[in-house]
Design a protein around this ligand. Sequence first.
Ligand code: NAI
Ligand code: MG
Length: 356
Amino acid sequence: RTFRIAAIPADGVGAEVVAAGRTVLDALAEDSRGAFSFDWEEFPWGCDYYAKTGKMIDDDGLDRLKDFDAIYFGAVGWPNVPDHISLWGLRLKICQSFDQWANIRPVHFLPGVQSPLRKADDTELDWVVVRENSEGEYAGLGGRNLSGRGPGGEVALQSALFTEVGCERIMRFAFDLARTRARCKVSSVTKSNAQQYGMVLWDDVFKRVAQDYPDVETESVLVDAMSAKFVLKPEDLSVVVASNLNADILSDLGSALAGSLGLAASANLNPERRFPSMFEPVHGSAPDIAGQGLANPIGAVGSAALMLDHFGLPEQAARLHKAIQATTAAGVLTRDVGGTATTEEVTKALIAHLAD
Ligand code: NAI
Ligand code: MG
């Protein structure tokens, strides 16, 4: 069958890594001899588009996206547009409009990639951060200049929203995921000692939902302690479920611990499949290296593997993972992971290893 994918490369290295991911996926489809194929449509939205039109996405943009099988996203944000405008105007708009309430971010070691955590080459690291992606600290609630006193005396408020329904669905998602993994454990993360309303609700719901999963090991950890645990005891983690902000921060830490932000993949899922889900590397537009062929495409290619899983093609996803491992094991590495290969060289190696 043919999968219709909307590609939104957006800004900076987004364009480079989306191009790499598309090339790899097309090579995979070609190799399937008609078993499946991808029909791509590319959209020009992003900061340059905003600079030209005053819009991060066309007014009918969401309508045009809604019937695709998936969205393959690069990264949004560029110094010519304030970050809160570009992020809210495009990426968060898609996530929220399409109710992509579950964001998953797996982290694992890759052969041949130096990690600050790895003591010996046989140390294993394999966890997945499950991020509540629809509310929490990114609910967009609050306002500026609430004192009415203006510059010098301004008061701003930024609230976090926690609903019982929102907490419960992300926790059930995390527990169900834990049951599919070798280590059947869910770690819940809050700061409920200091944030006494929403995060205490989160803890309460976690305890209640856990009762439905007696076979799954659980723990509740404060976010500051969890960040230490990521570094000191990573082998103790399997599924980590956290609110929007906490999971955002922890997953960047996780990918850095695996070796580079450029390696980390993510999926923004609408588990009910009423709307398309969106697949994107965890990293941003990386203005410091954009346009130089230095971007690591592995985060974007790993995100493409999550998209294949979502399409019901797990064997193909596994082939991509194997190709990624063979490529890093062979030492074909971009600069962020200590190598000298270009984005294009890594992409070519990935395609060559699909045949392994
Ligand atoms: P960033 O993720 O773009 O870059 C952080 C560091 O990681 C930089 O040193 C960069 O060179 C490196 N890096 C990132 N991706 C890489 C890759 N594929 N290969 C090799 N190295 C890579 O985060 P930063 O600098 O805080 O943000 C830059 C812009 O991206 C901002 O406008 C920000 O708002 C936006 N952003 C967008 C995200 C998204 O679209 N999902 C996520 C994070 C940031
Ligand atoms: Mg982030």
